[in-house]
Design a protein around this ligand. Structure first.
Ligand SMILES: *Cc1c(COP(=O)(O)O)cnc(C)c1O
Length: 295
């Protein structure tokens, strides 16, 4: 396809780590591409292929006002030559993320929060299907079978036997599902949920996770989804100054914060573990956090 991806993905060993771990490597999905960074490309890849196979002219999907998913989809449509429609949660207000999407030719439709909540209902989807009959419809975050299949490719080139624990941030959990197919017996897969009550993901994902040793950790929501407290921001700044790796506030900063806290507080699975942390990208979303929005 017409998007040049950086492969193999860089793997960086962190310089400063809790003494209970042997090492922490970061798989840099954020460096996959300058624009379409992170896990979103993997979730789109086979959805795009399927859309093309069905002879559709484009793709409709859903997301918030700083959605990494819609941003990636708009760019993919622009580069690969298919139409894109973004159904955006919330009132019609433009921002840097949505301006990029429009620049790349995405048609935007704003939906009230109550309307948006119905986005997976049959009746609602029927309406969208009628309205956009030449388009394929992909759920928010690329959360479907094809999205998960693409995520199985995230670990390509990684020596899995070098690790005891693999950490990833979870939203829909599609990425975790895909990654679970690469896990080896004895390894632990940890999904860090950045939202309160993220434990529901354990139930939702259980039928799809093809590895027995895994769990969702939701104690590091740090105020809830999209909430970024000053502590977290300070952590991300400090982490970046030490390791030269920028983190997004919504997902990867909370994961990394949680990872350090867990091992420093000895909530660890066991000592001297070798950890792989997956950087799922999402840095464009940080543009949504001007001083005003920090709690
Ligand atoms: C979307 C996103 C996630 C969550 O991915 P899921 O597959 O929905 O679990 C994690 N990290 C970043 C940076 C994201 O943009």
């Amino acid at each position: 396809m017409g998007i040049d991806l950086r492969r193999p993905l860089p793997l960086n060993r962190l310089k400063y780590i809790p003494d209970t771990v042997e090492y922490i490597d970061v798989l840099r999905l954020d460096l996959l591409h300058d624009t379409i960074s992170g896990n979103k490309w993997f979730k789109l890849k086979y959805n795009i292929e399927a859309m093309r196979g069905e002879g559709k002219k484009g793709m409709v999907s859903f997301g918030g006002a700083y959605s990494n998913h819609l941003h990636a989809l708009a760019y993919a449509g622009y580069q690969l030559g298919f139409a894109t429609v973004g159904m955006v949660r919330g009132e019609a207000v433009m921002n840097e993320c949505l301006s990029d999407c429009v620049k790349w030719g995405m048609e935007l439709h704003f939906m009230s929060r109550s309307e948006y909540r119905n986005k997976n209902d049959d009746l609602f989807l029927e309406g969208i299907r009628n309205r956009f009959s030449d388009y394929s419809i992909v759920p928010e975050g690329g959360d479907n079978e094809l999205g998960a299949r693409g995520c199985e490719e995230i670990m390509e080139g990684v020596n899995m036997q070098d690790y005891d624990v693999v950490c990833v941030s979870v939203g829909s959990g599609t990425t975790l599902r895909g990654i679970s197919s690469c896990m080896k017996p004895g390894q632990m897969l940890l999904g860090f949920a950045p939202m309160k009550g993220g434990g529901y993901l354990s139930e939702k994902l259980a039928p799809f996770v093809s590895h027995s040793n895994w769990r969702i950790i939701d104690r590091y929501a740090l105020g809830g989804f999209g909430v970024v407290k000053q502590d977290l921001r300070d952590f991300a700044t400090y982490f970046e100054s030490r390791e030269s790796i920028a983190l997004d506030y919504i997902y990867t900063a909370k994961m990394m914060y949680g990872l350090y806290d867990m091992y420093e507080e000895h909530i660890a699975v066991r000592d001297r573990v070798r950890v792989l942390a997956i950087h799922t990208g999402g840095l464009q979303g940080n543009r949504g956090f001007g001083q005003m929005r920090i709690c």
